[in-house]
Design a protein around this ligand. Structure first.
Ligand SMILES: Cc1cc2nc3c(=O)[nH]c(=O)nc-3n(C[C@H](O)[C@H](O)[C@H](O)COP(=O)(O)OP(=O)(O)OC[C@H]3O[C@@H](n4cnc5c(N)ncnc54)[C@H](O)[C@@H]3O)c2cc1C
Length: 380
């Protein structure tokens, strides 16, 4: 029995790791479009972008590990088609060496991640980049000079982390956001306001409620489009798998074909605890779903029940968030502690819906990690 994994990012490499850990000895082929060994992306907008962390620290494993564990790594190789009848993944020729191949599989794991949305603002706008890969991060860092002017479109996690890294490199930063506050949809107005104050306090020119126009970007040395990502589902769609803003997977992460699983940023998961379909674009989910799917590929039949979790670091602020506020929103948010983050204070926040905590977070209060996790789902 052989397993092919398409997408050699965090989820793909973690699944390969778990398969071997579970004692699976048959062939594993890991196919990745990027030329780099599988790596973690969070440092690309934080320590690595600021030149404080080497790339090697972001690798899931060094090259020797894949050899030692008998994992065939096909890097710099894009999968172009999946044939579910014949059980093959067609690949394009890897850069430089040649031939397209049909990789045979008995079971398949899809972990193709997501692709940044692009902005088309016409001619006359300075160089525009997105931030997803280590090459993107290198390009951005090359433009970090004291006094350089950077425009960031989108005040989501990536835009704000890039703003923080740029300010710490003495770059002049303007952020454009259509919503009235940064991260408004995730945090709600009470906490989004805290994020706005944090960035303004560090000298970011934050232009909220603003749809960016080409004229706004004329003086910028560099423009970062940080306007979200779309799940890379083209292969799955063309293969006839059920998709809808993600590859549709059941509670056990299985796609509409029982030999196929999907995990990480592409998986639109029927979450058994939340009781709704959710696609999560976070580091922890990529790792945990990959482990569960690997065990299920080996017959475990485990539902994936973990609640979404993410972290961010911006300036001196670190935070962790657990849970998910559903489409009906929340009734109130309880805040414990001081939200004066610029003064170095710490706090916890609990979003409550119908007397139950839907999501919780702490800022700069690392002892609270467990408390916030355990609070989600509890009465309050
Ligand atoms: C700059 C940045 C910072 C982040 N910071 C945080 C953070 O602080 N906290 C947090 O929780 N999350 C963070 N994230 C999100 C987190 O990194 C992602 O959720 C995670 O990488 C998803 O893993 P994945 O394996 O599903 O996808 P990816 O890591 O994107 O890997 C998918 C891989 O599949 C490859 N691929 C796609 N199509 C094909 C194909 N046809 N053939 C072959 N290969 C293909 C891609 O090239 C890619 O290498 C950050 C993301 C970015 C970009």
């Amino acid at each position: 029995m052989s397993i092919a994994i398409v997408g050699a990012g965090l989820a793909g490499a973690t699944a390969a790791t778990e398969l071997r850990k579970q004692g699976y000895r048959e062939p594993i082929t890991l196919i990745g479009g990027e030329a780099h060994l599988p790596y973690e992306r969070p440092p690309l907008s934080k320590g690595y972008l600021m030149g404080r962390q080497p790339f090697e620290k972001a690798l899931v494993h060094d090259r020797g590990w894949y050899d030692e564990h008998g994992i065939e790594l096909m890097l710099g190789t894009r999968a172009t088609a999946i044939d579910l009848e014949r059980r093959t993944v067609q690949t394009e020729p890897a850069a430089g060496d040649g031939e397209s191949r049909a990789v045979r599989f008995d079971q398949l794991l899809l972990a193709t991640g997501a692709t940044p949305r692009r902005l088309d603002l016409g001619d006359g706008v300075g160089p525009m980049v997105t931030l997803r890969t280590v090459d993107d991060s290198d390009a951005l860092r090359a433009a970090f000079r004291p006094g350089a002017r950077m425009a960031i479109v989108g005040a989501g996690w990536i835009g704000l982390e890039a703003a923080s890294a740029a300010r710490q490199s003495e770059v002049e930063v303007t952020v454009f956001e259509t919503a009235e506050l940064p991260l408004l949809r995730v945090l709600g107005p009470e906490l989004a306001q805290v994020v706005a104050e944090l960035h303004r306090g560090h000298g970011v020119d934050l232009r909220l409620g603003t749809r960016v126009a080409p004229a706004d970007l004329v003086g910028a040395d560099l423009v970062l489009a940080a306007v979200g990502v779309t799940p890379a589902i083209e292969l799955a769609e063309a293969a006839g798998l059920a998709t809808d803003d993600g590859v549709l997977v059941d509670a056990r992460l299985r796609a509409s074909d029982p030999r196929v699983y999907a995990v990480g940023d592409i998986a639109a998961h029927d979450h058994p605890v939340l009781g709704r379909r959710i696609r999560v674009e976070h580091w922890d989910t990529a790792i945990r779903q990959a482990r569960t799917a690997a065990r299920n590929l080996l017959g475990a039949e485990e539902p994936y029940t973990r609640l979404p979790y993410f972290f961010t670091d911006q300036y001196d602020m670190g935070m962790e968030y657990v849970g998910s506020v559903g489409p009906d929103g929340y009734d109130r948010v309880d805040i414990e502690g001081s939200t004066d983050v610029l003064a170095g204070h710490a706090f916890r926040a609990f979003w409550v819906k119908d007397g139950t905590v839907a999501a919780a977070m702490h800022v700069n209060d690392w002892d609270a990690s467990r408390v916030i996790r355990e609070s989600v789902g509890a009465a309050r």
